[in-house]
Design a protein around this ligand. Structure first.
Ligand SMILES: NC(=O)c1ccc[n+]([C@@H]2O[C@H](COP(=O)([O-])OP(=O)(O)OC[C@H]3O[C@@H](n4cnc5c(N)ncnc54)[C@H](O)[C@@H]3O)[C@@H](O)[C@H]2O)c1
Ligand SMILES: O=C(O)[C@H](O)COP(=O)(O)O
Length: 394
């Protein structure tokens, strides 16, 4: 790379990750036209993408804060960092599960109200503690919805804590299925989780399909006094229905990592200020993974852990490389190679990978090629019907 590549951050990102950017990069929080963006939960939906932008790296799991369809249409790769914050979330889920079950949060709030009682505090504590008799989780049933990086860890550790665990995930990956304890009972119908669980924890992305999947119809099926833990996204729960279910005692406690004006006033809700991924280790893991993936893409065109492009890689041997992102329709590769042969360019290696309606082609070009050999190449490639983005890496 001759000129420095600009990377902009939209949230505070761990220095452990940002320090990986070499001297070929400049980190500029004020940049108007960066090639790369690194962010956490910053909402990009109202943002126009800068014209130079090639890649967005989400240091974390959820990508509902990024307009994915628009990024795809503009040929911008979006990465996330699968699993990098899963242990942090798992630990907070299990902490909250045990602490809420033992009424710790309510107990702490109550005991603080005794601050002006002087020498009577110990006596009042002993008299008042009966209000906070809790339940042990051992022997109870935990329902886990979504058995991905977080859900599978929660399920496995809950088994170790003596819980009966039932898990629901119709799209579970082979890796996660292998990692799941055999003691976790997988069910094919989510209703079974709703009917049987004493505690339900959700670990699924927010999508059009999952939005408000916790609502009055699903609460109706659940056991009375079920505890619901939401460390995924607030919008998975219908707030007004949750408020009613808490008031009716259908839901005993609602532990949410995504408070809003409504949940903050709900009886028996336990709001946590989105701390799931906020551990030093998780912030470092996510930042390192995000920056590495971003740099690899900007420097070589290789893609790992994208949520809108296919994974694709060729070992980078210093050849001049062409990357192309296009519709996944017949004869795209044929048309690209035909343009290359018109430019007298010879292929050393290539790969073409598809993801849903799109495909990504990486081509290494052979021989001693000058800048002049590329003159007009990208413009010509962009005239192919279905071509979205091309890039020459030299
Ligand atoms: N509170 C936090 O700080 C925090 C941190 C990380 C992730 N999250 C949230 O948690 C979610 C899960 O994270 P992850 O790292 O486990 O992601 P993941 O991609 O590893 O796992 C998600 C799982 O959900 C499953 N799934 C999708 N739709 C489903 C459905 N309708 N029913 C059941 N299962 C379904 C998928 O098959 C996948 O196995 C993220 O999307 C994000 O919204 C929150
Ligand atoms: O989806 C995620 O990874 C979490 O919600 C973490 O978000 P954060 O990086 O803003 O803490």
């Amino acid at each position: 790379m001759s000129k420095k590549t600009t990377v902009k951050t939209l949230n505070a990102i761990s220095e452990k990750g940002l320090s990986l950017l070499t001297e070929d990069y400049q980190l500029d929080e004020q940049a108007d036209n960066p090639e790369g963006i690194v962010l956490r939960s910053y909402n990009m939906h109202d943002m126009t993408f800068p014209s130079n932008l090639k890649a967005i790296a989400r240091a974390g799991a959820g990508v509902n804060n990024i307009p994915l369809d628009r990024a795809t249409e503009e040929g911008i790769v979006v990465f996330n960092t699968p699993g990098a914050n899963a242990n942090a979330v798992k630990e907070l889920v299990l902490t909250s599960l045990m602490a809420s079950s033992r009424q710790i949060f309510d107990g702490i709030m109550w005991v603080k109200t005794l601050a002006d009682q002087g020498a009577d505090v110990p006596k009042l504590v002993e008299q008042g503690k009966k209000q906070f008799v809790g339940k042990e989780i051992s022997g109870k049933t935990l329902g886990v919805i979504g058995l991905g990086a977080i859900g599978a860890r929660v399920a496995n550790d809950a088994v170790e804590l003596g819980m009966d665990v039932i898990g629901y995930d119709p799209f579970i990956s082979i890796d996660m299925a292998w990692n799941l304890s055999r003691a976790v009972q997988r069910v094919l119908d989510i209703q079974e989780v709703f009917e049987k669980a004493d505690y339900i924890t959700m670990h699924i992305p927010l999508t059009d399909d999952t939005k408000e999947m916790f609502n009055k119809d699903t609460f109706k099926v659940m056991k009375d006094n079920v505890y619901i833990l939401n460390f995924s996204r607030g919008e998975l729960v219908h707030d007004d229905d949750m408020k009613q279910a808490l008031e009716d005692g259908v839901v005993g406690k609602y532990i949410t990592d995504f408070p809003n004006a409504k949940t903050l006033t709900m009886k028996h809700a336990i709001p946590i200020p989105h701390l799931g991924a906020s551990s030093e280790e998780s912030e470092e893991n996510c930042a390192i993974m995000a920056v590495r993936q971003l740099m690899d893409y900007l420097e070589t065109g290789n893609i790992k852990n994208s949520v809108n492009f296919p994974d694709a890689a060729l070992p980078y041997r210093g050849h001049k490389r062409l990357t192309a992102f296009h519709k996944n329709i017949p004869n795209m590769v044929g048309q690209i190679t035909s343009v290359l042969s018109n430019f007298n360019l010879n292929i050393a290696d290539m790969t073409n990978r598809s993801y849903k309606e799109h495909a990504y082609t990486l081509i290494d070009l052979e021989g001693d090629i000058n800048d002049a050999d590329f003159m007009g190449l990208e413009d010509k490639l962009m005239t192919i019907d279905g071509m979205i983005m091309t890039r020459v890496i030299q």
